[in-house]
Design a binder for this molecule. Structure first.
Ligand code: HEC
Ligand code: HEC
Length: 287
């Protein structure tokens, strides 16, 4: 009689476990995070009518051309055979399921800051995409960047894995804004200048300089943005129109189209509050 009783006890324990253990992420929230994370742009071919998230987008960098991979749930061509843990490891640690390192052209140095809940929601959203059998195109990198093992050294020098910790002394909206800007929004990937090894210069965080394509990217600290009102900034991040009636250059116009134009009112205000809270840094002379 002991065994059935033990089984019944076990069943009772399992039924009483908190739902978090079995919980699925919320795909709707994940869709919002994918939008503000700009995943679409790098993971969709630029050709008209290309299948979203099926990969193929060319990303030109000083190291060569990267091609965003297929992240639809196709078991062979995409990431359909991955577990949620594989996804979390890729985003948090920049590691492939086989343990190889990802290039930081995939902005995991920012995405590492996503909370566990947000990663879970993103994963749930990616699982809802229609699988595409489009094969991945190999990156075309200059020598010696084609090798992945030196990335271990790059990561050791420049990569700080771990979920977001709010900077001290910020208002609640600015804290949320810091999360959005540093994490999913990955604004620093373009707006923070890099050293010769391609490492972000944290002392110049968001102070502008040479962006990933080698072109100049503006300073987002108050030194430059103080002449924009909150309304100007919100208008720019929604429509890509500057206060002078210019349209943002394509690299930023794409960020606006895919990502910042999708921010909720509250999140837009949060992003602006955080940019206002940054230490003002002088812009470097254009090189
Ligand atoms: C700036 C471009 C860029 C953005 C934005 C971007 N990715 Fe990527 N992603 C890449 C590149 C390039 C790779 C391949 C890196 C490599 O081969 O080392 C990659 C790889 C991946 C992989 C691993 C795929 C595989 O087959 O190994 C996943 C998963 C992924 N990205 C998810 C995302 C998600 C989710 C987002 C949005 C939150 C996102 N990416 C945003 C460029 C980007
Ligand atoms: C893919 C690279 C890239 C990313 C990511 C990016 N930006 Fe930009 N951003 C640019 C470029 C390039 C410009 C300059 C556009 C121009 O010259 O018209 C720019 C311009 C801007 C400007 C106008 C500044 C000025 O003085 O003209 C603001 C504001 C801005 N970005 C905010 C953001 C925020 C906030 C984020 C994150 C949510 C972000 N950007 C992410 C590349 C990027």
């Amino acid at each position: 009689m002991r065994r059935p009783l033990a089984a019944a006890a076990l069943a009772a324990v399992l039924a009483a476990l908190p739902p978090a253990v079995a919980a699925q992420g919320d795909a709707k929230r994940g869709e919002y995070l994918a939008a503000i994370g700009g995943c679409l742009a790098c993971h969709t071919d630029a050709a008209p009518g290309a299948r979203p998230y099926a990969g193929g987008r060319a990303l030109a960098t000083p190291f060569g051309t990267f091609y965003g991979p297929n992240i639809t749930p196709h078991p062979k061509a995409g990431i359909g055979a991955w577990s949620e843990a594989d996804f979390v490891r890729a985003m948090r640690l920049g590691l492939r399921p086989d343990g190889a390192h990802y290039y930081p052209a995939f902005p995991y140095p920012s995405y590492t800051k996503l909370t566990d809940a947000d990663l879970r929601d993103l994963w749930a959203f990616l699982r809802t995409l229609p699988p595409s059998e489009r094969p991945n195109r190999p990156h075309e990198l200059k020598f010696p960047y084609g090798y992945r093992f030196p990335l271990a050294g790059w990561k050791w020098l420049f990569f700080k894995p771990g979920a977001f910790v709010a900077p001290a002394g910020l208002s609640e909206p600015a804290k949320r804004g810091a999360y959005l800007v540093q994490g999913p929004g990955h604004c620093g990937e373009c707006h923070t200048p890099r050293n010769v090894l391609g490492g972000p210069r944290q002392d110049r965080y968001l102070a502008g300089g040479k962006g990933p394509e080698g072109k100049n990217v503006p300073n987002l600290t108050p030194t430059r943005l103080k002449k924009w009102s909150d309304a100007d900034l919100a208008e720019y991040l929604r429509t890509a129109m500057t206060p002078d009636g210019d349209v943002a250059a394509e690299a930023m116009a794409e960020v606006v189209r895919n990502a910042t134009s999708k921010l909720t009112e509250a999140d837009m205000a949060a992003v602006i509050a955080y940019l206002r809270s940054l230490p003002p840094l002088e812009s470097e002379k254009a090189r």
